[in-house]
Design a protein around this ligand. Structure first.
Ligand code: ADP
Ligand code: MG
Length: 497
């Protein structure tokens, strides 16, 4: 593990970072966690608020079974323990945009326990992040500070929406690994259909816990399980892009190192990341759990889950990213890296499999992950919206496999396909891009023919029409794919006509 820990050279020697993430994922659901109010993006302010969400006196929460199912599904996808009995607690805190005055969450007994996520790095290697727990909780509403110069408005549409908080162990050691973990987590959730993974809308956001320590300390922590070997952590709230996660960690680790090297100590606190400045700043000193005065919500019975229901949910799970990756590797002979890239989105893997049918699978993987991916990224397109469908890529690869075009020419053909010039075969024919206009290969065939048929060659010099015999031979040798113009030209030059 040491080899992948990022080291930062300080004035007083090297430091390492330790990272643990709490990811908040909005549950994909039509209704809220404890009320029937709709969940949706883009509704007018306070249009999706029931009396329960507004915390009117006497209103009682009723658990939304679908949200529990989504949490169980996610737990199974994280290879985690599903707790058949879990408890909803009140977390007391001043939430300006949650009228109850407390958040219903799960503290001691979450619905999902320990699990694991296998994460892919850009270089194709993998590492494991241990999951500590997943619990269900309510989201708060939103305070709007920019509607009026003198007042803050509150929009409660989001209040009561179901969140899954997924807490990792402090198993990440570099900003890149932390971002890769969130990426993989997102992929799993989207495959499962339990969260839409839209980070721009804040439907998936991470609280990033950062501490720093000297080399060797983390290994001691892993051996003993004792947090005393680690530094004090700071938590950076609500970071909602892979880039910001990395920037925030980098900044925060350096900030802590500087304080420690100046002889100071780190205060455990909650910080905010300012993307425009690339800095973190203090928001509040971190409450310890007891300060929230958690206690079981008397309005809600313990949540009891039937094991048969868990089994049924398990049986309904789609093929998950890790299984798909393993299958792509064994079925198509792909490298771990290629398979890892293809499975990041279900649609990309589906596209690949449709294109690879009966074709050189490795070659198809290259086209899908390189050329096509680059064009889609440049055009801001999802693979579902690709103007080139899998059969077009398959046809292009077929042309390469058949030797009609070289890989180099295929790039040109691909550009033309992307520009809408038509099907690959059509483009090759129209533009005369066949491989055999590569003169090198043809020259060799012609040289051999002339050497083996000296008599015929001499005859052609007498009777130029006889060149047709040589043309026929070259065509035969190239399986009819030679460009006749090029063949004639070359023959004339070689035969001295
Ligand atoms: P809280 O609710 O107070 O944030 P949680 O237990 O929900 O506490 O989450 C704590 C998070 O901080 C976990 O992801 C954990 O892995 C991480 N963490 C704990 N100690 C450290 C540390 N020393 N350095 C980095 N991360 C840590
Ligand atoms: Mg927490």
């Amino acid at each position: 593990m040491t080899d992948t820990a990022k080291q930062i050279e300080g004035r007083t020697g090297p430091w390492e970072m330790v990272l643990g993430l709490e990811v908040h994922a909005q549950v994909a659901s039509n209704a809220k966690l404890f009320s029937g109010a709709a969940v949706g993006f883009g509704a007018g302010p306070n249009q999706q608020v029931s009396l329960v969400d507004a915390a009117m006196p006497g209103m009682l929460p009723v658990i939304n079974k679908h949200c529990v199912e989504q949490a169980v599904k996610t737990g199974l996808g994280l290879k985690a323990q599903i707790n058949l009995k879990s408890i909803f607690d009140r977390k007391n805190y001043f939430f300006p945009d949650l009228p109850q005055g407390y958040q219903i969450s799960q503290f001691k007994d979450p619905v999902v326990g320990e699990g694991e996520v296998i994460v892919e790095r850009d270089d194709g290697s993998t590492f494991a992040v241990r999951i500590e727990r997943l619990h269900l909780e309510q989201d708060a509403g939103k305070s709007l500070h920019d509607q009026d110069p003198n007042f803050t408005y509150v929009d409660l549409n989001r209040a009561g929406t179901a969140l899954m908080e997924i807490v990792s162990r402090p198993d990440m050691r570099s900003p890149e690994d932390a971002a890769a973990y969130v990426k993989k987590l997102r992929t799993i959730l989207v495959y499962l259909g339990t969260c839409d993974g839209d980070m721009e809308k804040g439907n998936l956001r991470a609280d990033v816990n950062v501490s720093v320590c000297r080399p060797g300390a983390y290994e001691k922590f892993r051996e003993t399980g004792s947090f005393s070997h680690l530094g004090t952590r700071c938590e950076i709230k609500n970071v909602n892009s892979y880039r910001f996660i990395q920037q925030a960690i980098e900044y925060e680790a350096r900030r802590q190192i500087e304080i420690l090297e100046d002889g100071g100590k780190i205060d455990q606190e909650t910080r905010l990341f300012d993307p425009t400045k690339g800095e973190t700043r203090s928001m509040r000193s971190k409450e310890d759990a007891h300060e929230y005065r958690y206690f079981p919500d008397p309005d809600l019975l313990p949540l009891e889950i039937d094991p048969a229901w868990v089994k049924a949910i398990e049986a309904s799970l789609p093929e998950l990213p890790d299984a798909k990756k393993a299958r792509l590797q064994s079925q198509y002979g792909l490298s771990a890296y290629d398979a890892g890239v293809l499975i990041t989105e279900q649609a990309r893997a589906d596209y690949y499999e449709a294109a690879a049918k009966g074709r050189d699978a490795k070659l198809v993987a290259n086209w899908v992950t390189n050329e096509l991916a680059a064009k889609l990224t440049a055009g801001g397109l999802d693979i579902e919206d690709s103007p080139l469908k899998p059969d077009a890529i398959a046809e292009l690869v077929a042309l390469i496999e058949e030797g009609v075009i070289s890989s180099k020419i295929a790039k040109d053909v691909f550009e033309r396909m992307w520009a809408g010039e038509g099907r690959p075969r059509e483009i090759v024919e129209k533009a005369g891009l066949q491989q055999v206009s590569d003169t090198g290969a043809l020259e060799k065939i012609i040289d051999d023919l002339i050497a083996a048929n000296a008599g015929q060659a001499a005859a052609v010099k007498e009777k130029p029409q006889a060149i047709g015999w040589f043309v026929g031979q070259v065509m035969k040798a190239t399986g009819g794919k030679a460009n006749p113009g090029t063949v004639n030209q070359l023959l004339k030059a070689k035969l001295g006509l």
